[in-house]
Design a protein around this ligand. Structure first.
Ligand code: PLP
Length: 408
């Protein structure tokens, strides 16, 4: 999360981004890609996007939108048609009823999150990010002048925040709790009962708002998906539920995300968006309407493919002495501990002291790129994205096993 600006000189970044910089994950992926271009047989397991293509019916809808002249600015935070599709999605899949004035659409879920933080944080306001967390949360909060508070959620608790940890993390300055279920990077998914226990604490602290990032909603393998606004209606006036089409419909490049929450918050977020990006792409909005309203069977098919890959990765990693990998219940990430290999030495005599050392070693010794847990606020772990082919995943796990065996 540290910025690297090429040379000292005339350019000085603003203080608000000096401590942030380009995402570590993108930096690692960039280095791995450079190695691949240089001829190395890299297997890159860093990407946070499905390897599948966007379904044809969605592409066709975008082409129709272009032909029908949907090539102009739309209403700031989404066309009425897209907002109606989002309203229908929340009612159909989550049992949540929202009016169009309580819905916002942006260029990706990331922009919804950024709009929310920009619209609400004053300098020094605290945002609870249960660690391990998606790295962008901390950076977005920092850019907006907030302070991330990162209670560590352990493997023993399924990488989930407990009510006791939540209680301890709350202060008078707490503005938001961010919940991400299923989680990037652990795949942990909260049950309705677990959310209810957190809600019991939140009901006693009316200054705290809840941002529920449900972007991996459709990739849940065991049990059913639960979201706070549906579980605890008494909190509804303090919840922003965020979602998008990127992961469920393999539409990362189309850049459409959406959120639903109290009208006053949605309006404040529209003010931010109106000055930064005006509106999301009109063509992508046409595609997203089809994604949300068209046939949904592809979601279950792809989930089963992800489940096979998850099983492959978890089994292969747990067979490696020194590595342990809890079974993730959702998303397309495995978050494995490398504690058992730390302290060992490479063939060149270099000692691996941290998860970053371990990941660097995997990149250099066996051409596998994975992301250190420390990037997500919890060490010593590494994250594998299994949104890639069965063949690449088997080969990558075999290489990791070889690399671990070579340590002394
Ligand atoms: N939230 C989480 C937890 C993510 O992992 C990501 C993307 O990796 C996003 C939000 C952003 O999604 P979008 O592509 O809609 O901006």
């Amino acid at each position: 999360m540290t910025a690297h600006f090429s040379k000292p000189g005339l350019f000085h970044p603003a203080e608000r981004i000096a401590a942030v910089g380009v995402s570590e994950i993108l930096a690692i992926t960039g280095e791995a890609q450079a190695r691949r271009r240089a001829g190395r047989p890299m297997i890159i397991l860093g990407a946070g996007e499905p390897d599948f293509d966007t379904p044809d019916n969605i592409k066709e809808a975008a082409i129709r939108a272009i032909r029908a002249g949907a090539t102009k600015y739309t209403i700031l935070d989404g066309s009425p048609e897209l907002k109606a599709a989002v309203r229908e999605k929340f009612a159909r899949e989550n049992g949540l009823k929202y009016g169009l004035h309580e819905i916002t659409c942006s260029s990706g879920a990331k922009q919804v999150l950024a709009n929310a933080m920009m619209a609400t944080l004053n300098p020094g306001d605290e945002v609870i990010l249960p660690a391990p967390f998606w790295t962008s949360y901390a950076d977005i909060v920092a850019i907006c002048g907030g302070v991330p508070v990162t209670p560590h959620c352990t493997d023993a608790d399924g990488f989930k925040l407990t009510p006791q940890q939540l209680e301890k993390s709350l202060t008078r300055k707490t503005r938001w709790l961010v919940l991400n279920s299923p989680s990037n990077p652990t795949g942990a998914a909260y049950t309705a009962q677990e959310l209810r226990s957190l809600a019991a604490v939140l009901l006693r602290h009316p200054q705290v708002w809840i941002l529920s990032d449900d972007i991996y909603e459709h990739i849940v393998y065991d049990g059913s998906f639960a979201t706070m606004a549906a579980v605890e209606p008494w909190l509804r006036e303090r919840i922003l539920t965020v979602n998008g089409v990127s992961k469920a419909y393999a539409m990362t490049g189309w850049r459409i995300g959406y959120g639903a929450g109290p009208a006053a918050l949605i309006q404040a977020m529209a003010v931010v968006q109106s000055q930064f990006t005006s509106c999301p792409s009109s063509v992508s909005q046409g595609a997203a309407i089809e994604a949300l309203m068209g046939p949904q069977d592809i979601i279950a098919q792809r989930r089963e493919t992800f489940r096979d890959r998850r099983d492959l990765v978890v089994t292969a990693l747990n067979a490696i002495p020194g590595v342990t990998c809890p079974t993730p219940h959702g998303a397309f990430y495995a978050f494995a501990s490398c504690a058992g290999v730390l302290g060992r030495k490479t063939a060149e005599g270099r000692r691996l002291d941290t998860d970053t050392d371990f990941c660097r070693y995997l990149m250099e010794a066996v051409d596998v790129a994975v992301v250190p847990g420390s990037c997500f606020g919890l060490a010593p772990y590494f994250r594998i994205s299994y949104a890639t082919s069965h063949a690449d995943l088997s080969e990558a796990c075999a290489r990791i096993a070889r690399a671990c065996q070579a340590l002394s």
